[in-house]
Structures are given as structure tokens and as C-alpha cells.
Design a binder for this molecule. Structure first.
Ligand code: FES
Length: 142
């Protein structure tokens, strides 16, 4: 796809975010922000068995951070936790179609992944401490 099409998709997600809102019966809710600009994302995750049963996000910030969060929720809805926990920075950049972002914009695109990883740390802390530790390391590199 061309860059223009990706830009259109990002703007569409920014203007019409998918899965936006609270999840009152979430198993995990987590909040974080980009310290450089203050933009924020909250992620609420409901797990059933070993899958993501539901996910919602709330946020405030630039088009890339908010569109990326919207796209991330679509990407992992219904997916096994094992695949969610292994998501990488490249998976996200590929998903949003922006592989040539500068360092500041990469932080925008990865903010929701960082929040998701921190949420998974919280989820796994008592269930699987080794996974929690790995996720924590992953989140600090984002
Ligand atoms: Fe703040 Fe993009 S400018 S996350």
C-alpha cells in the first residue's frame, strides 16, 4: 500500500477510534504517558481462558499515538495472550504501515504497545513471574 493510503487509515482511526472507552469488568487497567509530550493512553483488558476477550482504550494525544492504540486493539482482540505478549515494535510499525518514522514519532506509535506491555506485566506478576519480568524489560525498551 502507498504512504497516502496508510495516512488515510491512520486519520480514519484517529477520527473514528475503534474500541474506545472504559471496560468496567477489566482484569487489568493500566495508564501511562509519553514523558516527552504528556500524551496519555489507558488500556483495559478482559481475559478469558488464554485469550483477549475484550480490550478498550482511552487516550489523549497526537494522531499517531491514538490511531496506533485503536489499531492495536483491533490487532489483538480475541488473540491468545502468548502471541500478544510477544508483540514487537516492528509488529506495530508494520501494522500501522509507518516503517520510516523518526525517533520522536516512533515513541508516538509505540506508546500503546508500551502501555499494553505494562498491563501484561501486571496481569502476569502473580501468574507467571518470568513472563512478567520479560515483559517489563520489553516495555522499558519502547
Ligand atoms: Fe505525544 Fe505523539 S506527540 S505521543
Amino acid at each position: 500500500m502507498s504512504d497516502d493510503i496508510y495516512r488515510e487509515i491512520i486519520l480514519d482511526h484517529y477520527r473514528n477510534p475503534r474500541n474506545k472507552g472504559k471496560l468496567l469488568d477489566a482484569d487489568v487497567s493500566i495508564h501511562d504517558s509519553n514523558p516527552l509530550c504528556g500524551d496519555e493512553i489507558d488500556i483495559h483488558l478482559k481475559v478469558h481462558g488464554d485469550k483477549v476477550k475484550d480490550i478498550k482504550f482511552e487516550g489523549r494525544g497526537c494522531a499517531i499515538s491514538q490511531a496506533s492504540a485503536s489499531m492495536l486493539t483491533e490487532m489483538i482482540m480475541g488473540k491468545p495472550l502468548t502471541s500478544v505478549k510477544d508483540l514487537t515494535k516492528d509488529d506495530i510499525l508494520e501494522n500501522i504501515g509507518l516503517l520510516n518514522l523518526g525517533p520522536a514519532r516512533i515513541k508516538c506509535a509505540l506508546l500503546s504497545l508500551k502501555v499494553l506491555k505494562l498491563g501484561m506485566v501486571k496481569y502476569y506478576t502473580d501468574r507467571d513471574p518470568d513472563s512478567a519480568k520479560k515483559l517489563e524489560t520489553d516495555s522499558t525498551s519502547l
